[in-house]
Design a protein around this ligand. Structure first.
Ligand SMILES: NC(=O)C1=CN([C@@H]2O[C@H](COP(=O)(O)OP(=O)(O)OC[C@H]3O[C@@H](n4cnc5c(N)ncnc54)[C@H](OP(=O)(O)O)[C@@H]3O)[C@@H](O)[C@H]2O)C=CC1
Ligand SMILES: Nc1nc(=O)c2c([nH]1)NC[C@@H]1CN(c3ccc(C(=O)N[C@@H](CCC(=O)O)C(=O)O)cc3)C=[N+]21
Length: 293
């Protein structure tokens, strides 16, 4: 059994990005600038955005965090997006999800200039991804592909089962694993809350990508020997014995499933850090494209 060490690989990727930024600095070129918009005070969302800003500092990017109150109207958010679209210093930006209920998420994501859409959530970029055109690939699925690539996990002709069909993880992942090339060329089954007999389906999988957000959902009985297990789930579970008052838990019963797996990602330290590294990678790509214009 091999642990897919997202923490280590994400650090390698950040070092590679930093080397590119150092070259830009040596040539007196503008460095990439990422902005993150966060609406409201959700603790987990603030943690993730904080990690993104720290990661920017580490690789030498500029970063801007835009904090808006929980009562922000849709119009106010659209105005802010327009400012970021028009700000030539900003190469890429993200709108941290979820948004409060008074705001229509799809409308907001459509307002982001696709050239600055480093999350890859704009329909134009999502469509390009589905059509094998070069574009920004959503950071979490991109991070999973990168992990599979760096560990040379064979995906060709394998049966990949994705659990969860969200726009940010499960849906793009199911498309990417079925594309031509590597990592890809998989036969994909996409499952969700209406899937019947899910154990029967996961038991046949060579690769399982679990993105539902239910702690310890995937048990050893649901997995065949030597399966590859990718755990995207992140849930804060209350735990008074821990200084923070909670522990981060994945979707996979790691202790038991890891005994059967050929490769497995841990939580924390698996897919999460990869997501942040690939967001930086997309921002570097955005800067390079803006420079060429
Ligand atoms: N590590 C990382 O970088 C990231 C981690 N996450 C984490 O991944 C998890 C999923 O996030 P996200 O995709 O945004 O989640 P969503 O809540 O948007 O989607 C969850 C999906 O899981 C499906 N689902 C829920 N319960 C079941 C069930 N019992 N059986 C089968 N399918 C089920 C839902 O089905 P239906 O569509 O029918 O409702 C839905 O498609 C969360 O824990 C989140 O925190 C998310 C993004 C990045
Ligand atoms: N527009 C947008 N883009 C996103 O990419 C996006 C989003 N909205 N909304 C929420 C989800 C969630 N997400 C994570 C990123 C990093 C970790 C991460 O670094 N996790 C650490 C642990 C972090 C901790 O301690 O809480 C780990 O797994 O090791 C987790 C989850 C990005 N998301």
């Amino acid at each position: 059994m091999t642990i897919l060490d997202g923490k280590k690989i994400s650090n390698d990727i950040k070092e590679e990005i930093k080397a590119e930024v150092d070259k830009m600095k040596a040539n007196n070129e503008k460095v990439p600038h990422l902005a993150a918009v966060i609406v409201g005070n959700d603790g987990a969302s603030l943690t993730y955005v904080g990690s993104k800003v720290r990661a920017c500092e580490r690789v030498g990017f500029e970063s801007t965090m835009v904090r808006l109150s929980n009562t922000t109207s849709e119009i106010e958010l659209l105005d802010k997006i327009e400012d970021l679209n028009n700000d030539d210093d900003i190469d890429g930006f993200i709108i941290q999800l979820p948004l409060p209920p008074q705001i229509d998420t799809q409308k907001v994501l459509m307002a982001v200039n696709p050239e600055k859409d480093v999350d890859g959530f704009h329909p134009m970029n999502f469509g390009k991804m589905a059509l094998d055109m070069s574009t920004f690939i959503p950071a979490t699925p991109f991070g999973i592909l990168e992990l599979l690539d760096r560990y040379q996990v064979d995906t060709k002709g394998k049966h990949t089962v994705v659990i969860g069909r969200s726009h940010i993880v499960g849906r793009p992942m199911s498309i990417l694993m079925g594309r031509k090339g590597f990592p890809g060329n998989s036969t994909v089954t996409l499952t969700h809350s209406h899937t019947k007999n899910i154990t029967q389906i996961t038991s046949q999988a060579d690769i399982i990508i679990s993105a539902l957000g239910v702690p310890n959902f995937l048990k050893a009985e649901m997995v065949k020997d030597d399966a590859v297990i990718i755990d995207v789930g992140i849930t804060r579970v209350a735990d008074e014995s821990h200084p923070k008052g909670y522990v981060i838990t994945g979707d996979v019963d790691f202790e038991n499933v890891s005994k059967k797996a050929s490769f497995i990602t841990p939580v924390p330290g698996g897919v999460g850090p990869m997501t942040i590294a690939m967001l930086l990678k997309n921002t570097l790509l955005a800067r390079e494209q803006h420079r060429l214009k």
